[in-house]
Design a protein around this ligand. Sequence first.
Ligand SMILES: CC(=O)N[C@H]1[C@@H](OP(=O)(O)OP(=O)(O)OC[C@H]2O[C@@H](n3ccc(=O)[nH]c3=O)[C@H](O)[C@@H]2O)O[C@H](CO)[C@@H](O)[C@@H]1O[C@H](C)C(=O)N[C@@H](C)C(=O)N[C@H](CCC(=O)O)C(=O)O
Ligand SMILES: Nc1ncnc2c1ncn2[C@@H]1O[C@H](COP(=O)(O)OP(=O)(O)OP(=O)(O)O)[C@@H](O)[C@H]1O
Ligand SMILES: N[C@H](CCC[C@H](N)C(=O)O)C(=O)O
Ligand SMILES: [Mg+2]
Length: 484
Amino acid sequence: MRPDDLTGIVPLHEAFPSDTEIAGLSSDSRAIRPGMLFFALAGAKADGASFAADAASRGAIAVVAAKGRRNGALSVPVIEVDDPRRALALAAARFYGAQPQTMVAVTGTSGKTSVAAFTRQIWEHAGFAAASIGTTGVVAPGRNDYGSLTTPDPVALHKLLAELAGEGVSHAAMEASSHGLDQHRLDGVRLAAAAFTNLGRDHMDYHPTVEDYHAAKLRLFRDLLPQGAPAVIFADDPWSQATIDAARAAGNHVLTVGRKGDFLKLNRVEHERAKQRAEIVHDGGIYEIDLPLAGDFQIANALVSAGLAISTGTSAPAAMAALEKLKGAPGRLDLVGATAAGAPVYVDYAHKPDALENVLASVRPFTTGRVIVVFGCGGDRDRGKRPIMGEIATRLADVTIVTDDNPRTEVPAEIRAAIMAAAPGAIEIGDRRKAIREAVAMLRAGDTLIVAGKGHEEGQTVGAETLPFSDHDEVRMALKEVAQ
Ligand SMILES: CC(=O)N[C@H]1[C@@H](OP(=O)(O)OP(=O)(O)OC[C@H]2O[C@@H](n3ccc(=O)[nH]c3=O)[C@H](O)[C@@H]2O)O[C@H](CO)[C@@H](O)[C@@H]1O[C@H](C)C(=O)N[C@@H](C)C(=O)N[C@H](CCC(=O)O)C(=O)O
Ligand SMILES: Nc1ncnc2c1ncn2[C@@H]1O[C@H](COP(=O)(O)OP(=O)(O)OP(=O)(O)O)[C@@H](O)[C@H]1O
Ligand SMILES: N[C@H](CCC[C@H](N)C(=O)O)C(=O)O
Ligand SMILES: [Mg+2]
């Protein structure tokens, strides 16, 4: 890449001859190699400007920094921009260039991973080479990479998009987390459509108010989705109308889905244990769909996904037929097994109040015995949700077992105590393995067990260390033990 390629993003041409080769971009000084551009970002923990000298010593040709953020004298030019995070994302999009032709992004407190996975599956059924990118990683033809961030950082993201395009992927669905939107990680992605699922309490350690959290999500519609492009919005959430209004004001083509939806209208749902039958109206046609997934919320996710696929060119009959073949995203109301008496055990990623409420309410209709839940709350994350989740669990489950979920650097017993304070009658078992075993051993015919909070995760983070741990494996082992 040459300086002129960054015109309008970073005024590099003012400091360098036009034939200067830019070898790469990074916001991490430790990743800088000779010839690269270093972007100094003010972060949550550190100020990138204080690593400018380190970047220069590793061969950065220039430092891109916010206006007025110069930090002492440097051996390389400092190029000032209004917003270095946005500049990094836009520069990364130019540097890597190619993206799958049809890109969509979904935001919302819950359902993003599921919608990204479902949209990919609908496209696959319709015959496209499709990918999904999010919390559980990247899935594409010939790829299933474990992920760490829900929305990757812009350099990693644009590198990935170029690779996917190079591998022939024409369609990709990605998750837009509020952190990702707020930190401009997806600026520069050329979106064909975007979607909103719902808004609940989450990340109150990062966003000062729920309005600020909603505003971060709205960036997807206000700043990133091109004017006139489809905005698929789930219509039945308390935050739907505010989102619809904002998307309309931004000039998006709003398409609503759900019971109150116009584009895809849900008329009727009948629940069975592992599936549900839905009647959906689209464009005057009525579709009877057997969705092979448990949980009310999966209907919402399926509608949003079908909305994304149809609004970007998949035919409605093909999208509706694909809904009958959907597989749940790993760890989302994931049926791991059942006891000899038939009591099912689900692993679910509910780690925030609304998600826990939804998952517990979802299994109630087909549970003739008790709903038993095992869950905890992560350390170094929103403390306010702990009593809220304790209250929800004891209100909606018959037996609540409070355990550990990634205590990180906090004292596990204190996290549990904050949950227990609002969970009268709950049983406290810190050791998650033991908690799962006790819960499985308790199961009688008609009961349902939900092991919530970790979903697809493969580790338990205690202090700075992540020890191998899988709810799936623990449930399987516990089921084997009780069978003996
Ligand atoms: C709080 C947060 O979101 N942090 C993200 C953010 O880091 P930051 O900019 O605040 O970084 P920082 O540590 O303060 O450092 C500031 C700058 O100095 C640089 N630095 C630092 C050290 C050094 O030696 N040299 C150097 O240049 C850093 O690279 C950085 O650019 O930008 C980084 C690059 O994009 C992210 O990796 C990082 O995610 C951290 C690891 C994280 O845990 N994020 C979570 C909370 C997150 O983003 N979660 C969301 C939502 C999850 C969900 O609910 O689905 C997600 O999208 O995953
Ligand atoms: N549409 C929905 N409404 C309410 N709850 C949902 C919905 N979809 C999923 N959930 C609940 O939220 C959990 C996480 O779902 P999913 O991973 O699809 O969401 P997400 O938005 O990607 O979450 P995260 O931000 O944690 O990655 C599920 O395990 C389920 O308990
Ligand atoms: N992306 C979320 C996942 C939380 C999962 C839960 N198991 C926890 O550790 O709190 C976060 O890092 O906050
Ligand atoms: Mg997710």
